[in-house]
Ligand binder design. Structure first.
Ligand SMILES: [Zn+2]
Length: 460
């Protein structure tokens, strides 16, 4: 709680959007049996498209639209966490290697990084590489872990969801302690790659790839929460996983407190000067050069979303906000360490006062930008190039060509050579808040959504 409160007065969320990406993995690869997980799953969003202003039309943000957890099954359902868990337990106890129904797919994670492979798709896309999750069957998982420090047991697996169409149940396992697995997977061209890197490397017009990113984000958030909730906050006793890892319970018979996965809400807002048709963009010292974004901050206990928007804007930029209008929200499982998953709640915040008074402890700078300047920043940004660069890099790492390295420099690719400023890429809600506003049509002072095909997130 202390940690959460200490962060609430900083704009950690905003910084998280811009923080550098690292490919953690040391390379070494190998080939695993890759299962095309989302092949029959329902498509939660349609393709995006570009307009001349580089506005991107998505129906779902990055990390949202997870295709294997669209509904919570009843406990009697064979795909419910409880039923799937019982089947898993039976299989583990019997040590059977027979195929089971439902079928189990297990996704290993190491220090928050999912196992991935990369393939070049030659069909119509010019051989561009795309990453995919490295799902293992239960048998493969058992074989890999046989001589490792990780026990494949009911406590180490976390239920992710199912696809009834495929009769598949998906699990995640934390294999951080099994250092030998890195080289073992590496020999098969599979690597553990930082989720932020995968986020940048994901082609947002590829619904399947976006689905895999959402699955990986959900799994990472759950595993991170398991790691950070090993002891009961009330009595200090150990906690034990319940309901196939979907919640935990205190092991102390006198306490038995239930603990649920943690989500930390964050407000992120584009502050708008309606009268002069401008938007407030800000920079944090941790941002890459020339990148400007929205204001953001954690919600404090006892505060409404609207109050948090007004308080953060006042504290960071000295601007008074009147009307607050909800835009959309985004799960953000790649925020500061120790916070398994933030929920970014996006707003348009209409300014009542215009004089900026920057809190230098929170921000490097904040300025009003005209709609034309913001449109220009969107036009110059080379998001697609940055995505391809990251995808190439993941491909090379999986194939053992290149060792893991810092990808932060590639973010500057987004800005293009001519841009004096740019905004975060389409994987961040800030991008869509800003481009939604930039592409609004103003008629006699009233804003309406642009009719052009590229207007962002119109259906969210
Ligand atoms: Zn307890």
């Amino acid at each position: 709680m202390f940690f959460l409160l200490s962060l609430s007065s900083t704009s950690a969320a905003g910084a998280a959007i811009a923080a550098s990406n690292f490919i953690s993995l040391s390379k070494k690869s190998l080939s695993l049996h890759y299962l095309s997980l989302i092949k029959t799953a329902r498509k939660p969003y349609s393709c995006s498209q570009f307009s001349t202003t580089m506005s991107i039309n998505l129906n779902s943000h990055a990390f949202a639209g997870n295709p294997i957890r669209l509904k919570t099954p009843k406990s009697s359902d064979p795909f419910s966490p409880t039923s799937a868990f019982q089947t898993l337990k039976t299989l583990l106890l019997s040590h059977t290697h027979e195929p089971s129904s439902p079928d189990f797919k297990v996704l290993p994670f190491r220090k928050g990084r999912p196992l991935v492979g990369s393939v070049c798709d030659a069909s119509g896309s010019g051989g561009k590489p795309s990453w995919h999750l490295g799902w293992l069957s239960l048998g493969e998982c058992r074989a890999f872990l046989e001589n490792s420090e990780v026990n494949l047991n009911e406590d180490s697996l976390v239920y992710l969801g199912f696809t009834a169409e495929d009769d598949d149940v998906y699990w995640a396992i934390d294999v951080s302690e099994a250092t030998g697995l890195v080289s073992e997977f590496g020999a098969r061209q599979f690597c553990f790659v930082e989720l932020r890197t995968l986020m940048v490397a994901t082609d947002w017009i590829d619904a399947k790839a976006m689905g895999e990113l959402a699955v990986a984000g959900h799994a990472r958030a759950l595993l991170e929460w398991h790691t950070s909730s090993r002891f009961c906050g009330y009595c200090g006793a150990k906690t034990v996983p319940m309901d196939a890892g979907r919640r935990k319970s205190c092991s102390n018979e006198l306490c038995k407190r239930r603990v649920y996965p943690r989500v930390d809400p964050v407000v992120i807002m584009l502050v708008i000067d309606k009268e002069n048709d401008r938007a407030l963009l800000s920079r944090q010292s941790r941002f890459v050069p020339r990148m400007w974004s929205c204001l953001a901050g954690f919600i404090e206990p006892g505060e409404s979303l609207e109050e948090a928007v007004r308080r953060e804007t006042w504290e960071e930029a000295g601007i008074e906000v009147g009307e607050v209008v909800y835009h959309s929200s985004q799960p953000w499982p790649v925020g500061p360490s120790g916070i398994p998953c933030q929920l970014m709640v996006g707003f348009f915040a209409y300014a009542k006062s215009l004089e900026i008074n920057v809190d230098k402890e929170e921000l490097e700078d904040a300025k009003w930008h005209s709609r034309e300047d913001v449109k220009k920043a969107l036009t110059f940004a080379e998001y697609k190039k940055a995505q391809r660069t990251a995808a190439d890099r993941v491909d090379q790492i999986c194939k053992g060509v290149e060792k893991g390295q810092n990808l932060s420099a590639d973010f500057s690719v987004e800005s293009g050579e001519l841009a004096s400023m740019f905004i975060p890429g389409p994987f961040a809600i800030a991008h869509h808040l800003i481009s939604s506003w930039a592409n609004q049509v103003v008629v006699n002072g009233a804003e309406t959504h642009s009719k052009q095909p590229g207007s962002s997130l119109s259906s969210l």
